[in-house]
Structure formats: C-alpha cells, structure tokens
Design a protein around this ligand. Structure first.
Ligand code: XBP
Ligand code: MG
Length: 236
C-alpha cells in the first residue's frame, strides 16, 4: 500500500510558472533597472534549468550586456532572485495562481484515508508557504508532515537528494511512497531515489519526453487519459 504522497509544487500543485514566477522575474528585472524580459516561450526553454537563481545565472551566460566577472554575476542573480520571490509572493497572494483541478480533493482524500503528505520541491519554503496559505488557508501546514524545499538540499532536482531527505524524514521505504511530478527533471529525481512517480502533465511540459514514471496523465481531476509510461531508456 502507498503510505505517503510526495508532492512537487511548481507545475504539479499549481501552474505557477507562466503567470507566477515568469512574471515576477520580469518585474524583478524591471525593478532593478535591467532591460531583460523573459517571454513565455523563452521561459519554457529556461525551465530546463531547475532553480530560479540558477536559471538567471544560466541566462546571464548568454547575454553580452551582463557582468563579466563571476562574482558580479552571482550577486546579480541573487538580487534578481530575491526580488523575484518577493514579487512572486505578492502575485500568489493576489489569487492569480490557483491549485490545479483535483489537487485539493486528492489532498483531502489522503487526509481522510490516513495517507501521509509531504512536499518535495526545488522552490523555496517561503514560496510554498505563500502558495498554500493563499489556496488552502492558515491550516495548510498541518496537512503536510514534512516540507523538503530548495534550501534543504545541496543539489536540486534532477538530483535525487530532495527525495532521499523526504523518505528519511518520513521513515519510509521509497517504495511505500508515490511522487507526483510534472517535469522530466522531477521524474528523474524521483526515479533515481527509487520513489515510484506519476506525471500529471502541466502546460510547460505538455509534450516533454518523460522516462521512468509509472503513469502519465492529464489533470488529477480526470480519470480518462492516464496510461502507463515508457520505461527509462525506452520509447518516449
Ligand atoms: C520548479 C523550479 C523552480 C521554480 C522557481 O520547482 O524549477 O525553480 O521555477 O522557483 P518544482 P525558485 O517543480 O520542484 O516545485 O525561483 O524558488 O527556484
Ligand atoms: Mg514541477
């Protein structure tokens, strides 16, 4: 039996990227007097880099008008990321980003059946708090047994560390858990930690090749459209 569900946040709990993080990054660039903006498509490419600060650093490497010294680049990426997160929290509090259909229902069902819940994400705890407080109310923290976030790991997904920590904190075998993910990187992380994983397709990863999940499907509110996934190294 599955004892615990391990939830990814961005793309899985909510479609946070396009109208949340991306918009907040653009506001942060603007607030810091930087001429750069990320369009919807470009941001989709940048999502291959997990972690917001890492994403900015990656983008800076391709810009001729970015600082050349690594220390300056680092400081700039940090400043953008910090500002972005403050703006992201405001966006989320305004109610623009809501939980995906079926998410609240599944969380509630788990609670009533005694299935334990955990968060396993690359984003920061503050971002998770902002999102879940806005959508589930002040009691949300009591719904989850543990939150493993970006600041808790040395290496973000696709590194499996976030899942290693979660199963350790839950004192469960990975095989007693089920991860819910939307991105190839998240699936790779769960797979490497031997946590079975299902994929609920998000808008940015609607057609991405996913290997190593046990099932792939649309929203968690839908029964139809789920299929077993190809094994790792197999067909997409
Ligand atoms: C998705 C990510 C994050 C977000 C932005 O994380 O890669 O980097 O895009 O959040 P997950 P930060 O799907 O694991 O929740 O800026 O806080 O990194
Ligand atoms: Mg995700």
């Amino acid at each position: 039996r599955i004892e615990a569900l391990l939830w990814d946040v961005d793309g899985t709990l909510a479609e946070t990227e396009r109208d949340g993080h991306r918009v907040a990054f653009n506001h942060a660039f603007e607030a810091l007097g930087l001429p750069w903006r990320w369009g919807v498509e470009r941001y989709g490419e940048l999502l291959a880099v997990s972690g917001g600060r890492e994403r900015v650093l990656h983008d800076l490497a391709s810009r001729s008008d970015a600082p050349v010294l690594p220390a300056e680049r680092d400081a700039l990426a940090r400043a953008v990321h910090q500002r972005k997160n403050a703006l992201y929290a405001e966006i989320v509090r305004s109610g623009v980003v809501t939980l995906r259909p079926g998410v609240t229902e599944l969380l509630q069902e788990c609670r009533s059946l005694g299935v334990r819940l955990a968060i396993t994400t690359t984003t920061s705890r503050a971002n998770v708090e902002a999102l879940l407080r806005a959508s589930l109310g002040g009691e949300w923290l009591g719904w989850f047994e543990t939150l493993v976030c970006g600041e808790d790991v040395r290496a973000k997904k696709p590194d499996p560390e976030v899942f290693h920590i979660a199963v350790q904190r839950l004192r469960l075998s990975p095989l007693r858990c089920l991860a819910i993910e939307d991105s190839p990187g998240g699936v790779a992380a769960a797979h490497a930690a031997e946590v079975p994983v299902v994929v609920t397709r998000s808008s940015y990863f609607a057609n991405a090749t996913v290997e190593g999940a046990i099932a792939i499907g649309p929203g968690l509110d839908q029964r139809a459209g789920w299929r077993p996934a190809a094994p790792r190294g197999g067909d997409p």
